[in-house]
Design a protein around this ligand. Structure first.
Ligand code: KG4
Ligand code: ZN
Length: 357
């Protein structure tokens, strides 16, 4: 089945998805298996780290076999194995890395340690062959909200990040107070479609003029305070209006900051990445803002301005994004020895390669 193609596996286990994918030539997705633990963590209202680790431990061998089988390749045909080594839950990361190391030790395959957020960003390459660094990216995930310059496949320069809650975290907390449960983001997204985004003007935080940092805890607290005060007064609230208005406040800030980043850097396109990038309203609003910017640019004789967004399946945690990042690192000769450790708080600029591995 290999047909002269370069085969990369990607293993992801940093949170609550056990995910393994196989790519041909770093872009063609031959398989992308995702074993989600949502149903297990649901009853606790969030991810329980030890339970997540135990399920990775149990599931990885089956997800691994299925990924190879669906791709129609044998382990012998795999050129390198990529694995997420951070950031994420330490125990969960240990399961994926220990498994990858064992496979590499037994088979002699080269191992590539991958940074989870770099992988989210590079997921954009899977479906957009024209996209190559340098470009600007907005990362919106459960643990991160970052505006970053992607200077090379392994070179990232952070322009701004959240000073408190990540955007996905704010979605999850708001979902909990509205009573939507876990996982909150997709539920707020769905409910917001039935609400009025201008029913409430929840606080928007922009920080200093032209700052590319974010702050979402004030918006989240405004929602919580509103719900508490209405409850105390015995008033009914419309959850769909609350969800839509919260989302409106968050998206307005994200879109405006992304436009400021384009103004400051002069980049002609933006790649959206991370779990919240599957949010339907964010996708639509960012597309509208970029289209308007592009029209203005073209009218003045300038270039078109582009927006790249991965398909939703490649926005939330998956193995294909790890494999594409591993493929690009392998091309740069950035392999990782079997001493690979895990790095729960690994930052984006440092990446893995500047640490002892
Ligand atoms: O990137 P991701 O899968 O995991 C991390 O690396 O953090 O992101 C998970 C986050 C969660 O907070 C989840 O609620 C949020 O992404 N999320 C969404 C949507 N789908 C996932 N937030 C808003 N709208 C969505 N459709
Ligand atoms: Zn993620």
């Amino acid at each position: 089945m290999k047909n002269g193609k370069h085969i990369t596996m990607g293993i992801e286990s940093s949170c609550d998805e056990t995910a393994i994918a196989v790519l041909a030539d770093g872009r063609e997705v031959l398989s992308n298996i995702i074993s989600s633990q949502i149903e297990i963590h649901k009853e606790y209202g969030g991810v329980v780290p030890e339970i997540a680790s135990r399920h990775h431990l149990k599931n990885i061998p089956f997800v691994f076999d299925q990924a190879l089988e669906e791709a129609g390749v044998s382990l012998a045909e795999v050129d390198e194995i990529g694995v997420t080594a951070g950031p994420g839950l330490a125990g969960a990361l240990l399961m994926g890395t220990a498994y990858a190391k064992a496979i590499c030790a037994a088979s002699g395959k080269p191992l590539v340690g991958v940074h989870h957020i770099q992988a989210h960003i590079l997921a954009n390459l899977l479906e957009h062959p024209e996209l190559e660094p340098p470009f600007l990216s907005l990362v919106v995930s459960g643990g991160h909200t970052i505006l970053v310059e992607v200077r090379g496949y392994n070179e990232f320069k952070v322009l701004g990040s959240t000073r408190d809650d990540a955007v996905g975290e704010a979605y999850d907390k708001v979902a909990r107070v509205i009573g939507l449960g876990y996982p909150g983001g997709p539920k707020v997204d769905k409910l917001a479609r039935e609400g009025n985004p201008h029913a409430h003007e929840f606080k928007r935080v922009y920080l200093e003029k032209d700052s590319l940092d974010f702050s979402f805890s004030g918006t989240k607290t405004a929602v919580i305070n509103y719900l508490h005060s209405e409850e105390q007064r015995g008033n009914e609230v419309n959850p769909a209006d609350v969800a839509a208005s919260f989302q409106e406040a968050v998206i307005e800030v994200l879109v405006n900051k992304a436009m400021t980043a384009l103004d400051i850097t002069g980049y002609k396109g933006l790649a959206l990445a991370g779990g919240v990038a599957s949010n339907s309203a964010l996708r639509a609003r960012l597309q509208a803002a970029i289209d308007e910017r592009s029209r203005k640019s073209v009218r003045k004789g300038g270039p078109e301005i582009r927006l790249w967004i991965p398909s939703p399946i490649f926005c939330t945690d998956n193995g294909a994004m790890v494999a594409v990042a591993a493929y690009e690192k392998a091309k740069l000769g950035l392999f990782t020895g079997l001493r690979l450790d895990v790095w729960p708080n690994l930052d984006l600029e440092t990446g893995l390669d500047k640490l002892e591995v």
